[in-house]
Ligand binder design. Sequence first.
Ligand code: BMA
Length: 348
Amino acid sequence: MNYSKRAWLLFVLSVFILQSKAQLIDENATPETKNLYANLQKLQSKNLVIFGHQDDLAYGVGWKYVAGRSDIKDVTGEYPGLYGWDLAGLERDADVNLDSVPFDKMKQYIKEGYDRGGVISLTWHLDNPFTGKSAWDPVKGSVKAILPGGEKHALYIDWLNKVANFMSALKGKDGKAIPILFRPFHELTGSWFRWGKDLCSPEEFKQLWKFTVDHLKNKRKLHNLIYVYNTNPETDSSFVKNLDRQLGLLEMLSKEHHKISALAETGYEAIPYAEWWSNVLWKAMSGHQLSYVLLWRNAGIRPNTKVPHYYVPYKGQVSEQDFVKLYKLDRMIFGKKAKKSKLYRYPH
Ligand code: BMA
């Protein structure tokens, strides 16, 4: 009797702690989504960081669509712990996204990553519904036009529904809806995207978020989403100092609001500095609690400009050895540790 009472008390307490700590915007989120959130928070509080990479399974420097391949795996022997993908193109009913990844392949890669115990993050560089051009079309009024009452509101709903269809069809081998870290309208403190700070008012930006979340959660009943709100630090010569300062701010705000913090997209194009991982990235990050860090895509040499565009090393790249040092840190979580952490199970 005493024993079961104690067990019940403990259970209530742990739920309370979880609720007071890990608050998801969607109280009807699936158990796996709630568990992922709680686990990310738990890892973060233990100073652990999941390592992620954009488009990791689709292509790397010098290769494309080779089953099982990944530049991270070539260099470390392991997949990353988190996989990023982008949905731009779905709104146009395209077969491939803005970086030429076929959506049917992307679906498979997302499932693979989840089945392997990894985390999935999705961005959406959607076209500008106001002008019909790309996301990098900094025209004032573009956000206002897609809000309720705006001339392109119906079109935005249509596009959002296409993305909702894609995200609701993502199921793992276990038959469960795959939890997604959804990161729309990112880098809002810059002004290169039409939702950037000089191109819409704070009120319009808030409305855009509120409408989008309400539509996905309440109209489309998607309960596998964790929404990621994303500002951006400047990348000038004082990168370490700036990033360190901004991460400190982020940490403070996320603690105050019981949220998780992350470095949701970063990297140094073509990593020309052999010790960038230890002397820059890790230096800026190591003093902070972050649930994950995601490095941008390894597109290789861009055919149009001939400029190398990649953010993690491939075999033989100048920063390879230093990257392996980062990989070996106890605090870093790549694929194997992610699997061991059972991120979709109730945390114990
Ligand atoms: C940018 C570049 C572009 C790409 C875009 C969206 O940072 O990598 O080539 O199209 O992200 O993925």
